[in-house]
Design a protein around this ligand. Structure first.
Ligand code: BGP
Length: 464
């Protein structure tokens, strides 16, 4: 029997700054992810200003998604395309762009799943203290009210913030806080938790019946050995890597262990009673998770060493002084870019999230980044991607049999786009975009082998 519910949302995902391009078009104001931004860590490796040029190809791109039979499409709205300045003035051209996109999706029976904020911070917010300042509350609230007012009748699923844990732990690649030593990433976490709670409450009021949830990057963590201390390290890593970003919204408070960690590491955060009250009432309807790989951890007793990401990316691991540190897992193969591949870990992760929170889960990212090759026959033979998806979807089916309530699966990514830290050389899409790092070629869309495979899978509701 088919394991997937009949209305399961098969689709794929993108984010605005990685797919749209058009950064000088349509009245968009500068953001932290624009090449012009001083904080942009990766502008040397690819021309980010054009990305996949979806801003000018959106109709064609939606047609290709419809051809694949997508039931849903997860994308983010570009905050700097919607709000022009710190007074909150609206850019009507930006509203029109997303209204057109939403209408086109709905016309094609594709359910929009919309991320409110995916890494691209408007420079007027940066200049007003950035995410670390409580000024972000008013900016984010204004932005959300514009979104709910203009798109509330078209969007049934909202995602509050993409990967807050990555923003906190790997801030250098997404430019929230390049000079780490001078800032408090945990204050960013708290402030962004507050804005998520506010968004949930505002959504309830402005769009009754609509669903909203957070979208962190979650990975199961294995202890490197059966030493009891390594299991303690696993619990510690779980806390700082995964749960602290979900517990606050789903359970209403920060754990004592987390507060102790902050205190011992001199990383106090400023909270108010009023903010903490918000968490008691602002509960999400579902949890969206992004999953790429599992983690493996061991204990570290020393108070020296790394703190945060151990590499310049989201999946190579983390270290927390005296708390836990990532190590390689010898049982797992790796992608061309060194990320470990663990489909069973996907099932384990889904179970952990479900069993901890008992809220329906939507997968909003999962996938393999590769150096895809356009061959002489004009095709892209990405059998490794098909293999990756087969194994992960199989494990997701087993998780459903385990009792996990699942809403949908939107892997990364619908179409090739610029990777956060590797530019266009690391591709994820079902659709190839004909461009190189700095040679923009013709931006032609080409269906990869995985395109046809995914189309069949969707047609058969998860059977392949
Ligand atoms: C997630 C981000 C995405 C995306 C993906 C792949 O962390 O939410 O924006 O880019 O990772 O990562 P990368 O592009 O670094 O390979």
């Amino acid at each position: 029997m088919n394991k997937f519910p009949k209305d399961f949302l098969w689709g794929a995902a993108t984010s605005a700054y990685q797919v749209e391009g058009g950064i000088y078009q349509g009245g968009k104001v500068p953001s932290s992810m624009d090449p012009s931004s001083k904080k942009h860590a990766n502008k040397e490796i690819t021309d980010f200003s054009v990305a996949a040029d979806h801003y000018n190809h959106w109709k064609e791109d939606v047609a290709l998604m419809a051809e694949m039979g997508f039931k849903s499409y997860r994308f983010s709205i570009s905050w700097p395309r919607i709000i022009k300045d710190k007074e909150g003035n609206i850019n009507q051209e930006g509203i029109d762009f997303y209204n057109n996109l939403l209408d086109e999706l709905i016309k094609n029976n594709i359910e929009p799943v919309v991320t409110i904020f995916h890494f691209d911070i408007p420079m007027f917010v940066e200049d007003d203290g950035g995410l670390e300042s409580k000024n972000v509350y008013k900016h984010y609230e204004r932005y959300c009210s514009v979104l709910f007012k203009n798109f509330g009748s078209k969007v049934k699923y909202w995602l509050t913030v993409n990967e807050l844990n990555v923003m906190v732990l790997v801030s250098q690649i997404i430019n929230t806080n390049k000079e780490k030593s001078s800032s408090n990433e945990w204050q960013v976490m708290h402030n962004m938790n507050v804005v998520q709670a506010k968004a949930i409450l505002m959504c309830r009021e402005m769009c009754p019946g609509v669903k909203i949830g957070p979208a962190p990057n979650i990975s199961v963590n294995y202890p490197a050995s059966c030493k009891p201390e390594d299991f303690t390290a696993k619990l510690n890593m779980d806390l700082l890597r995964n749960w602290v970003y979900l517990d606050i919204l789903c359970r209403g408070s920060y754990s004592k262990k987390f507060l102790k960690y902050l205190e011992e590491n001199n990383k106090q955060i400023k909270t108010t009673e009023e903010e903490m009250e918000l968490f008691k009432v602002a509960k999400p309807d579902f949890i969206a998770i992004n999953y790429y790989s599992s983690g493996t951890v061991e204990a570290i007793n020393s108070s020296n060493g790394d703190d945060g990401a151990t590499n310049n990316d989201q999946q190579s691991g983390f270290a927390f002084k005296g708390f836990a540190k990532s190590v390689k897992n010898p049982n797992l193969q790796k992608t061309q870019f060194g990320w470990e591949i663990d489909p069973v870990g996907f099932r384990n992760t889904l179970r952990e999230v479900w069993e901890r929170y008992q809220l329906p889960i939507m997968v909003t990212e999962n996938g393999i980044g590769a150096k895809d090759v356009l061959t002489e026959d004009g095709k892209v033979h990405d059998d490794y991607r098909i293999d990756y998806y087969k194994k992960h979807i199989h494990q997701m089916g087993l998780a459903i049999e385990d009792g996990v309530e699942m809403i949908g699966y939107m892997p990364w990514s619908a179409i090739d786009l610029v990777s956060t830290h590797e530019g266009i050389s690391k591709r994820y899409g079902f659709i190839y975009v004909n461009r190189d790092e700095f040679d923009l070629k013709d931006m032609k869309r080409i269906r990869k082998d995985s395109f046809y495979w995914y189309k069949e899978l969707i047609k058969n509701n998860g059977d392949y």
